[in-house]
Design a protein around this ligand. Structure first.
Ligand SMILES: [Zn+2]
Length: 238
C-alpha cells in the first residue's frame, strides 16, 4: 500500500480518534463537575449545622435565664417570710429594698427571656426551611451522581466500541507511520492529521506555500504543518 493510500486510512482513523478524544474529554469533566456540586452541598450542610447550633445555644441560654429567674423568685419568697420576723425599721427597710431590687431584676429577666424565645422561634423557622432545602439538594446531588456515573459507563463502552472499529484500519498502516501518528495525536489534543483548506492548514490556519500544497497532492512523502506539526493531507476542495 502506498503512502497516499495509507494517509487516506489515517484520515479514517482520525475520525474515530476524534470521537474518542471528545468522549474522553466529556468523561474527565464528569467527576470534576460532580466534585464541585458536592463541595457546594457540603458548604450548605455546614451552614445548616451552624444555624441549628445557634438555635440550640439560644435555647440553652433561655433555660439558664429561667433557672436564674426561679432562684430569684425563691429568694424573694424567703425574704418576704423574713420581713415578719424583723425587729427594727432600719432592717425592715433594707430588706424591703432588696426585695424591690430583686423584683426589678425578675421583670428584666422576663423581658429578656421573651425576647430570646422570639428569636429562637424565628431562627428555628429559618433553620427548618434551610434543612428542607438541604434535603432537596442532597437528592439532586444523588440524582446527578447517578446520571454522571451512568454516562461515564456509557462513554467507556462507546470508547471500547470505537477502539474495536479502529483495529482493521490501524493494522493496515505501517507501524512506523502509525506510531508517528499516535505520538502527534497525544501531543496535539487528539488531532494528528488535518486537511488543507483555502491554502492553509485547516487546524491552525497557517498559510502553506503552493509548493507544499503540490507536495501534499503528490503524496509521495509525509508533509507536516510548519506551525502546528500535524500531518497534512489533501482534503476535498483544498
Ligand atoms: Zn497547522
Amino acid at each position: 500500500m502506498n503512502l497516499k493510500q495509507q494517509i487516506n486510512i489515517l484520515v479514517k482513523l482520525q475520525a474515530l480518534d476524534s470521537q474518542i478524544y471528545e468522549l474522553n474529554f466529556e468523561k474527565k469533566g464528569i467527576p470534576v463537575e460532580l466534585n464541585l456540586l458536592k463541595q457546594e452541598y457540603e458548604r450548605k450542610e455546614e451552614e445548616v449545622k451552624q444555624a441549628e447550633q445557634k438555635v440550640k445555644n439560644k435555647q440553652l441560654e433561655s433555660k439558664k435565664m429561667e433557672g436564674d429567674l426561679k432562684s430569684k423568685e425563691e429568694t424573694i419568697k424567703k425574704q418576704q417570710g423574713q420581713l415578719y420576723q424583723i425587729k427594727t425599721n432600719k432592717e425592715y427597710d433594707s430588706l424591703e429594698k432588696e426585695i424591690k431590687n430583686l423584683k426589678a431584676d425578675i421583670s428584666l429577666l422576663e423581658e429578656k427571656i421573651i425576647g430570646l424565645l422570639d428569636e429562637v422561634e424565628q431562627e428555628n423557622k429559618i433553620f427548618l426551611q434551610e434543612k428542607q432545602n438541604l434535603d432537596k439538594k442532597r437528592q439532586d446531588l444523588q440524582k446527578k451522581e447517578e446520571i454522571g456515573n451512568n454516562r461515564s459507563q456509557e462513554i467507556k463502552q462507546q470508547i471500547e466500541e470505537l477502539a474495536q472499529k479502529k483495529k482493521p484500519f490501524a493494522s493496515t498502516i505501517e507501524p512506523l507511520l502509525l506510531s508517528q501518528y499516535e505520538r502527534i495525536l497525544i501531543k496535539k489534543e487528539g488531532k494528528a492529521i488535518t486537511g488543507v483548506k483555502d491554502g492553509a492548514c485547516e487546524e491552525c490556519r497557517f498559510m502553506l506555500t503552493p509548493q507544499i500544497i503540490e507536495e501534499i497532492k503528490m503524496g509521495e512523502e509525509l508533509i507536516f504543518c510548519n506551525s502546528c506539526s500535524r500531518i497534512l493531507y489533501e482534503a476535498v476542495n483544498s
